[in-house]
Design a protein around this ligand. Structure first.
Ligand SMILES: C[S@@+](CC[C@H](N)C(=O)[O-])C[C@H]1O[C@@H](n2cnc3c(N)ncnc32)[C@H](O)[C@@H]1O
Length: 366
């Protein structure tokens, strides 16, 4: 049986499962779910084996909100011996295919974390063993973005249990388990800074940063205090208008790149049409935030927006779909082309992060 194996934040297996099942069914591919509660693991067992690769070719991982990483299983859970684990793994794989790279993965749980040392130790001999049998290509100098072909995944559930599978390099996360490990910048006034840092990495391709994320741009940060998100804009050389009734950290104000306005983020309207980025981390009803973001883009107040939508306790997947639909409907009503992606990022907790921009001119400007 072929399964799609998906990683998500522990506790969000139901949402991740509902999403893959729904989006697979839109492509007329069906199966049943096995959710590993609080382990951040979802197995979608497909009724037709060949649907694994077909689905991965049709459905961009970027379109899945709750899945961080995925792969198509080549084996069910296999038991490894105490010794000769490398041999056991190499022997299991057939030599029809040569993989571009290997991802040694665990679950995002405490048990999983305790296996990371084991994985690091096994990684070198396993790579050597795979290369010897021509199952893994020699290390390439090209960037992960340019790699095409298949990536081999080894998901270790324990030191004795592994699931093997593969993903398509062009449609999987380049990060192990889909988790970018970001360093907290000590100059930042809050840890939330990592959310916006990850969002930029996730939504904006690196080769477009010089146009879309660059020094000299103007940005607005709604719900900015104490300034972790503002810090990400400032460090990229932007001038920021920070809107919050709460105080901004002195360190961020001392940069001279920030104007702080103590007012309601729902009432602020920029005077000039020179704002490129709008970011918003206000703790507010997601419907209100979604509506405000659509208005900003449709009024031409900003070119691109990144914002958080808080998740409810129950019915999270449905709520997210309703919020996003509201934004899509507003764009469609104005007949504009747009880009809208949402992700439950690693540094997100009870919220998702959304990126939106319009791709066609505003109706009044046509
Ligand atoms: C999660 S904190 C933002 C943290 C900030 N992004 C950072 O990285 O430091 C949410 C902020 O939203 C602000 N907020 C909530 N509702 C607001 C509103 N209607 N207008 C302006 N700010 C608001 C709160 O005062 C709070 O400072």
């Amino acid at each position: 049986m072929t399964s799609i194996v998906l990683y998500c934040r522990p506790g969000f297996e139901k949402e991740c499962g509902a999403e893959i099942q729904e989006k697979a069914s839109w492509n007329e591919m069906f199966g049943y779910l096995e959710l590993k509660k609080n382990q951040g693991l979802v197995l979608f067992h497909l009724h037709e084996s060949e649907h694994g690769e077909t689905l991965m070719k049709k459905l961009p991982l970027k379109r899945l909100i709750f899945a961080r990483q995925w792969f198509i299983s080549l084996t069910e859970k296999i038991d490894l011996p105490d010794y000769n684990r490398v041999e056991a793994i190499v022997d299991t794989l057939s030599s029809e295919c040569q993989y571009e790279d290997l991802r040694m993965e665990t679950l995002d749980t405490n048990d999983g974390k305790s296996l990371s040392k084991f994985c690091r130790k096994l990684s070198v001999p396993l790579r050597q063993g795979l290369r010897k049998e021509k199952l893994l290509k020699e290390k390439s100098k090209s960037s992960p973005e340019s790699v095409k072909g298949r990536i081999l995944h080894a998901l270790f559930l324990s030191g004795q249990e592994v699931i093997l599978g593969f993903s398509l390099a062009q449609n999987s996360s380049k990060y192990i388990m889909g988790i970018p490990r970001l360093k907290f910048p000590h100059q930042s006034p809050s840890r939330s800074t990592l959310k916006l840092d990850e969002a930029f990495l996730h939504f904006i391709p690196r080769d477009e940063w010089s146009e879309r994320l660059t020094s000299g741009m103007n940005a607005v940060d709604l719900g900015s205090a104490p300034g972790g998100w503002t810090y990400q804009l400032v460090r990229r050389g932007m001038m920021v208008t920070a809107i919050d009734n709460g105080p901004m950290a002195e360190s961020i104000m001392e940069t001279g790149q920030v104007k702080h306005k103590m007012m309601d983020g729902f009432k602020y309207i920029p005077i000039k049409q020179n704002v490129y980025w709008l970011v918003c981390d206000m703790i507010e009803k997601p419907q209100r935030v979604a509506k405000l973001m659509a208005q900003w883009l449709l009024n031409g107040y900003c070119k691109e927006a990144i914002f958080n939508l808080k998740l409810p306790m129950k019915g999270r997947y449905q709520q997210v779909n309703d919020d996003l639909k509201m934004i899509k409907d507003a764009f469609s009503e104005h007949k504009v082309k747009y880009e809208l992606y949402a992700k439950h990022l690693y540094y997100d907790r009870e919220e998702i992060t959304v990126h939106a921009r319009l791709l066609s001119p505003l109706p009044q400007l046509k």
